[in-house]
Every structure is written in C-alpha cells, then in structure tokens.
Design a protein around this ligand. Structure first.
Ligand code: URA
Length: 303
C-alpha cells in the first residue's frame, strides 16, 4: 500500500469514528475494534515511513511500477494452479515493455482527488452499513463494501461476498480472492493499486447467486461507487456483473475478452476466479483477458 492510500485509510477511520459521534480521540474510550484498526493503521504508516522517508511521496506507485517494468524480463513463469498450468507469455510481455517503456502512473496518485473520493465513498458506506433493504441484510455478518485505491485506473467487480468475505468485511479474501490477487499482480499491478468490489454487498446464504431483486436493491451502491471512482476500465468477473452492466451480453464464455461500453466506462468481462478454480482449462483464456487488461491499463496511463 502506498503512502497516500495509508493516509486515506486513516482519514476513513477517523471519518467513521466521527460519524459514530466520537469527536475526540480518547484511545481508552474507543471500542476495541476501532482502537485496533487505528493502531494497525498507524503501525503501517510508521513502518512505511521508515522505508520511504527519502522518496517523494507521490512517486511511490510510479516507482513500484517502474521496478516491475525494469524487472519484467525476470518475471517468473507463473503457475497459478497446477504444475502444468498456463505460463504467462513472456514474449508478449516483452513486446509490451518495448511499446510502453515510458508508462506514467503519476496521474493515479493525485492525493487531494483521492481523499475527496475516499470521503465520498465512506459516506456511502455509512449510509448502507446497516442496510436492511433486502433479506441478505438479515443473514450477513458484515457488509462488504469494497477496497483499494480510491482513484484507481481499474476496478474489478465480482458477484457477491462469500463466507470468508462475510466474516472479514473485505472483498475477495478467500480462495478465489487469492487467485484474483495473484493474477492482478502477475500483470504488474498490485491489488492495492486497483479497487475491488462486488455487485451485491452482502453474502447470499450458501453462496447461491444473488436474485434479480437483491441485485436491484444493491445497484445504487455500485453505481455510485463507479461514479466516484471513475476508473479508466471496469473488469467484470463472471456472468452476474457482466450482465448487470450489459444486459444483452451473451454468456461469459462468449462475452469474455471483448471490450464493451457501459455509459462512459469501458468494460472487459472475464471469468470469475471461482470458475477458474473449478475449470482449470479456462486459464489460458483468462490469461488472454488479463494481458488485454494490462495492455489497456498501460496504454491509458501513458496517454
Ligand atoms: N466471490 C465474489 O464474487 N466476490 C467475493 O468478494 C468473493 C468471492
């Protein structure tokens, strides 16, 4: 996580406390959870500060990506699922490096813009944190709003939280999430440098698909998130998010890897990571989509 994101996290936490009526930071008086989050946040800042104190703060993301680009030829052959599974095509990555050697991600690190967006997102979260607009509100443990950069080049949208996400309140932290995280980092973008969320914010019991009524209830949230985040690219993971934005899209096997438009945003649909865990033969196609995501992201951040 870069310095600006850490600051944003603290701003979010303080905003949250403020909304709860806490006007002064009296550590002893805070409930355990909040104390823990604040302390964790501060610890992260302190350790990051030690590492980056000699670097200009706004350049951390750029530096991280530059490092990746310099090392791109050493990118290990990535085996995400089995010994024999798909390898990242080093030639195409090398060509990409040649084409886009001067990528510049600075525009994604505008601190002031990020803070404004972050506060707007926090306000929406507060509005819906205890939402009971549909039956999922009764069975959920935690509403899973979304996480990541508030000024991201790309957002990834899944279907809805599973059991692990329900407990932790974070999107894509279970098995499918670990695969998604690896795939994102394999194309040279850290998970912290994108935003990840779902169509429905509460876990459908037994991991069933969300119903159309549940999706409509949650739609205002994802629409506001997209409006605020205003990403250069939306990646939809699987049928549900794809059809939510492109109702006449064919099934994901046909829709994947083809760029579409939703209002003013570009969308690339790809397989849901849970599907990839069950259908390993689909991995080569998923890699094609991720290379497309990488090329698009690098191109737009260059222009
Ligand atoms: N599957 C999803 O669609 N979203 C998550 O957050 C986790 C698993």
């Amino acid at each position: 996580m870069d310095y600006s994101s850490l600051l944003i996290q603290i701003a979010n936490q303080l905003y949250f406390l403020n909304q709860k009526g806490i006007k002064y930071l009296n550590i002893k008086a805070l409930p355990g959870l909040e104390v823990k989050s604040v302390i964790n946040g501060l610890e992260e800042i302190i350790s990051k500060e030690n590492v980056i104190s000699s670097e200009p703060r706004e350049n951390i993301t750029t530096k991280k990506l530059q490092k990746y680009k310099e090392n791109i030829e050493e990118l290990p052959e990535i085996d995400l699922i089995t010994e024999k599974s798909v390898k990242v095509d080093k030639n195409s990555i090398h060509n990409l490096k040649q084409k886009n050697i001067n990528h510049n991600f600075d525009q994604t690190t505008n601190l002031e813009d990020s803070q404004i967006k972050s506060v707007s997102l926090s306000k929406i979260l507060e509005k819906y944190r205890s939402c009971q607009n549909c039956a999922l509100g009764v069975t959920r443990k935690k509403l899973v709003f979304g996480s990541g950069l508030s000024n991201p080049p790309v957002i990834f949208i899944g279907e809805g939280p599973g059991a692990d996400e329900d407990v932790q309140g974070e999107p894509f932290v279970g098995r499918a999430g670990k695969l998604l995280t690896k795939m994102i980092s394999a194309i040279g973008i850290e998970r912290d440098d994108v935003y990840i969320t779902n169509i429905v914010k509460c876990r459908p019991p037994g991991n069933r698909n969300p119903t159309p009524a549940e999706i409509s209830c949650c739609l205002p949230i994802i629409k506001q998130q997209i409006e605020i985040l205003n990403p250069k690219l939306i990646v939809t993971l699987g049928n549900i998010p794809t059809k939510t934005f492109i109702p006449d899209a064919p099934g994901i096997t046909k829709a994947r890897g083809k760029m579409k438009q939703y209002e003013k945003w570009k969308i690339i649909p790809t397989f849901h990571p849970s599907y990839l865990l069950r259908n390993r033969t689909a991995m080569p196609l998923a890699w094609d989509d991720f290379k497309m995501i990488m090329e698009f992201t690098f191109k737009i951040t260059q222009s």
